[in-house]
Design a protein around this ligand. Structure first.
Ligand code: CA
Length: 430
């Protein structure tokens, strides 16, 4: 699991000058994505500083294992390769972008990121959303079930539901306020209309690499081979629809109208220097069952990633106000690790496939400043957030723009970022 090499060397720099000291994409990151250069078709690329390297153009310089997988408008073929192929690709790209004598050959394949359009990294066959943020589960459980916030299965089972892959969208695509059924607590019958409780959920997206055949679970010790990397993920939620529809089968139309991901996949290899021990469970909590326990995973299965949520309203932008921070906290507030999530998802034989996407669930901390949804921040709408314009927010309004921010940071390693995960709210269809 811990394979540090020259690509992680904090002293390594790039001849792409904007990469050196870049807050998101220094040469130690090299995230994978799909982009369209001006007038060009979608193709695989790597972010480096303010530029994007066209991987398809680099194919003749890469191994014969990797090169055919780059002739595609998605990363599914690349994700389907053994993790060693991606390590080889990372090493090759890192060498290309650091060795000055390669510059003349590589430079024509670089595009200013600002001129390019970023796409979804993969054709997502299936999307599953988990619920591993225990502080979120407790906070939300308290609102929905004051006497019984955390259900008895929570500390035994990584809880999840099957979401909707077709409505996952890359950063920048606006979110249309959904219309649906909601029932006010003082009303006997529901009405249909635009959600009045539109919310964000701060999550990480887990991208699946090599799949597993139907009927053959992924052992927790092998989970790393199937884990390609992480993005930021915003699971937009209509809380009024959710409260009315969620029993007995769980989330449905409250969740599947739109999910935003940051389009760069920060790879498992890039995240290696940021692995930390999974926080120990509080006294009295059950130990994970055997199929969910791996000593190496407990020792290094969590990630030192700092997460933030920023908001601007239309009036704030018009007045030139900076975004306000709704929350900030570490990604280590997860009760289950990525490997435990993969092992559990496949424990019944369910087959994951390259390019599948799993959400972690909302990541909240125990502190009031670290709550990953407005539902928690405003206590179900009871305690509105004040904006610098004099406006208040209980839930999101039309014109609001929400940004998730993520930076992996630990010790001497060069910090790496996740790029943008932003979307603006459009009014409901008339
Ligand atoms: Ca969620």
């Amino acid at each position: 699991m811990s394979r540090l090499d020259a690509t992680h060397d904090p002293a390594r720099t790039s001849w792409v000058e904007s990469a050196n000291g870049h807050p998101q994409f220094p040469i130690q990151n090299l995230p994978l994505g799909i982009f369209s250069p001006p007038g060009g078709a979608p193709r695989p690329g790597v972010a480096i500083g303010d530029l994007i390297l066209d991987l398809r153009a680099m194919a003749p310089l890469l191994s014969e294992v990797v090169a055919p997988a780059l002739d595609s408008s998605t990363l599914n073929a690349l994700f389907s390769l053994p993790s060693q192929a991606r390590r080889d690709l990372r090493r090759a790209v890192s060498d290309m972008l650091s060795a000055e004598d390669r510059r003349a050959v590589i430079e024509p394949a670089l595009h200013p990121a600002g001129d390019c359009v970023l796409r979804l990294p993969a054709a997502i066959g299936d999307y599953t959303d988990f619920y591993v943020g225990i502080h979120h589960a407790t906070n939300v459980g308290r609102l929905f079930r004051p006497d019984n916030p955390l259900l008895p299965n929570y500390k035994w089972v990584p809880i999840g539901y099957h979401g909707r892959a077709s409505s996952v969208r890359p950063s920048g695509e606006p979110v249309r306020r959904p219309i649906g059924q909601r029932k006010a607590p003082d009303s006997d019958v529901p009405t249909v209309g635009p959600t009045q409780r539109l919310d964000h959920e701060l999550e990480l997206g887990i991208w699946i690499g090599v799949g597993n055949p139907l009927g053959e679970p992924i052992a927790i010790a092998d989970a790393g081979e199937h884990f390609v990397g992480l993005s930021l993920l915003n699971d937009w939620s209509a809380r009024d629809f959710q409260a009315w529809e969620y029993q007995p089968l769980g989330p449905f139309l409250a969740k599947n109208f739109h999910t935003t991901v940051s389009p760069w996949v920060v790879t498992a290899e890039a995240l290696t220097p940021f692995r930390i021990p999974q926080p120990s469970r509080p006294d009295g909590d059950p130990a994970p069952l055997d199929y969910l326990f791996d000593a190496a995973d407990q020792a290094g299965g969590a990630f030192a990633i700092e997460l933030e949520v920023l908001l601007t309203s239309q009036a704030m932008r018009a007045a030139g106000h900076a975004p306000i921070r709704l929350s900030a906290g570490p990604a280590s507030n997860m009760y289950w690790t990525v490997a435990q999530i993969l092992a559990h998802h496949t424990s019944n034989g369910c087959n994951l496939q390259p390019g599948d996407l799993l959400g972690t669930g909302t990541i909240s901390g125990p502190e009031s400043g670290a709550r990953g949804s407005l539902l928690e921040i405003t206590d179900g709408g009871a305690k509105p957030v004040a904006l610098p314009t004099g406006e208040v927010r209980r839930f999101l309004e039309d014109g609001d723009e929400l940004a998730l921010v993520g930076v992996a940071r630990l010790g001497e390693a060069v910090p790496i970022g996740f790029g943008a995960c932003v979307a603006r709210i459009l009014p409901a269809r008339g």
